[in-house]
Design a binder for this molecule. Structure first.
Ligand SMILES: [Cu+2]
Length: 345
């Protein structure tokens, strides 16, 4: 009865399809949300059909011949003439098939690479282990933020007790917001190692390489939420850098930009401000909760190889330069990430 009860409650609390993300028992690609993704689907099935047809014909003839003309029923090996038309035939027909597949594929690849005339340009920076977004051009220019995995999801993953969650490990604090129907150029690069920015519903996957700049683009045709993940093995928390793109209407986008600008203006620190200790503490608590607590724990005690900050000789040292050096450059071969992106305050 206990087992049955567990089974029933588990059946009730099931994971459902995530629109714009993975589906339960998904076999095909994500439903496309851009023209490019649609073309990719078409190419995929087109080529699969050609390959399947060739497979059936070739193996059909082969197995038929093996079975029907086997030695044990009296067939003898035969010397065959090699007429030129056979040689030509089996050279030209495959060539035509290959060309027939390469032409439509090339058309799509060229379209995929055409990042000209974009309405919006966004720089995407891969970091161990989060994404940085910076709106470089178009409406929203100047907006800049980091996008990290929702801390609740990390707690679930760390504890191994995962409640059925449709967007498990795909939820972020700050999604990338873009307007529907606009051409968005994405410029990728990285801070530390190679990452890749991938959103399957858009048919987009682009490596983000330190010291290099690559680009790709998409024009979302549907309003909604779309999900992806880092697609280049980038270290132990590779699975914890999801991508969430929110496609909204033009009006909603303009509203979001206005709000974002206001929030940024409010957050911008007055360089002449004299900070009181209480203000600095409050500010530090926010920064700690958002960036450090995932590893060093909310109580600062750390865990395993993650050194405690509470009582640490480096933290309590009168010479703060030591602590700042760790903070700016990281430590333990990157186990403690570098935090150059934090503001001076
Ligand atoms: Cu990555």
């Amino acid at each position: 009865m206990l087992a049955a009860a567990v089974w029933v409650t588990e059946a009730q609390a099931r994971v459902n399809d995530l629109p714009g993300g993975p589906a339960v028992n998904q076999l095909n690609f994500h439903p496309p949300a851009t023209r490019i993704a649609e073309e990719q689907h078409w190419l995929h099935w087109f080529m699969l059909a050609i390959c399947a047809a060739i497979f059936v014909v070739v193996f059909g003839i082969m197995f038929y011949s093996i079975a029907k003309h086997r030695k044990s029923v009296g067939h003898k090996a035969q010397e065959l003439p090699e007429p030129i038309w056979v040689e030509l035939g089996w050279t030209i027909v495959p060539l035509l098939i290959v060309i027939g597949m390469a032409l439509p594929a090339t058309k799509v690849i060229v379209a995929q690479k055409d990042t000209s005339n974009s309405d919006l340009t966004i720089k995407v920076v891969g970091m161990q282990w989060k994404w940085g977004y910076e709106y470089l051009k178009g409406e929203g220019e100047g907006i800049q933020f980091l996008s990290t995995l929702d801390s609740q999801h990390r707690v679930m993953s760390d504890s191994g007790k995962v409640a059925p969650t449709d967007d498990y490990l795909l939820k972020v604090d700050n999604p990338l917001v873009v307007p529907v129907g606009k051409k968005v150029r994405i410029i990728t690069t990285a801070n530390d190692v190679i990452h890749a920015w991938m959103v399957p519903a858009f048919g987009v996957k682009q490596d983000a390489i330190p010291g290099f700049v690559r680009d790709t683009w998409f024009r979302a045709e549907k309003i909604g939420d779309f999900y992806g993940q880092c697609a280049e093995l980038c270290g132990k928390e590779h699975a914890y850098m999801p991508i969430h793109v929110k496609v909204v209407s033009q009006e909603e986008y303009s509203k979001w930009v206005a709000e974002q600008k206001k929030a940024m203006a409010a957050k911008a620190d007055d360089p002449n401000k004299e900070w009181t200790l209480a203000e600095l503490k409050a500010r530090g608590e926010q920064v700690y909760a958002a960036n450090c607590a995932a590893c060093h724990q909310a109580n600062g005690k750390g865990a395993g190889p993650i050194k405690p900050l509470d009582g640490s000789a480096i933290v309590t040292d009168a010479d703060h330069a030591k602590m700042l050096t760790v903070l700016l450059n990281g430590a333990g071969n990157g186990a403690m990430p570098a935090w150059k992106q934090l503001s001076d305050v």
